[in-house]
Design a protein around this ligand. Structure first.
Ligand SMILES: [Zn+2]
Length: 207
């Protein structure tokens, strides 16, 4: 299903670039600073898609984080946390997307370094230390996110930018309360549609 969505977006490559794209590339976010309370229509559109994926993660009993990567006005990767499903602690939404971009580049015969440099990352929660380091290292153009990540945040807990001095611009705060509430729902184990898994019971016992 993921490939289908990505493929359909790639097919839209020829559509004309509208003015909203120009908005996203204008200097509304300043390198090193997080600007809140301003999100262009273009950014809002993609953040809403990221929220859809976060909700999907919650329904699948995964930490509700959703993410999409956009390159030349096309969605080239969509991801959500898959840590429980894959039993792999590195399968964060952003990491899933990075793998998809690599596949996309191979398929389209594109240079992945050049593609990442022009890629916008939309994610519902501030990237963790691991993901922030990876995204900075890949030199993605911009990261737009929802709520802060008080447990593992690559800015909030440990500022990876101090070490890697990224070219990536960042800004957060889009529907931050909603993004945080999704996390709370998960950690409180109150997802009404999730099966009563071991994980859910574990959280109930510890909270
Ligand atoms: Zn992460």
């Amino acid at each position: 299903m993921l490939n289908k969505v990505i493929h359909s977006d790639i097919l839209q490559k020829k559509r004309k670039l509208d003015s909203s794209k120009e908005e996203s590339t204008s200097p509304t976010c300043i390198n090193g600073n997080i600007k809140t309370n301003y999100f262009s229509e273009y950014e809002q559109k993609y953040m809403e898609k990221a929220f859809e994926l976060a909700n999907e993660a919650l329904q699948s009993n995964e930490v509700p984080v959703g993410c999409i990567f956009v390159y030349e006005d096309n969605i080239i990767a969509i991801g959500r946390n898959m840590v429980n499903e894959t039993r792999n602690a590195t399968r964060h939404a952003e990491m899933c997307c990075i793998d998809q971009v690599n596949d996309f580049c191979k398929k389209e015969n594109l240079n992945f370094i050049a593609v990442f440099k022009e890629t916008f990352v939309y994610v519902t929660v501030e990237p963790c230390i691991m993901c922030a380091a990876a995204l900075y290292d890949l030199k993605v153009k911009s990261i737009i996110y929802g709520c802060k990540n008080d447990r593992f945040g690559g800015e909030t807990v440990f500022n990876v930018a101090d070490v890697l001095k990224p070219v990536t611009t960042r800004k957060g705060g889009y529907r931050a309360d909603d993004a945080m509430n999704l996390l709370k729902l998960f950690y409180q184990g109150v997802n009404p549609s999730a099966p009563s898994s071991k994980l859910k019971r574990k959280f109930k016992e510890t909270t």
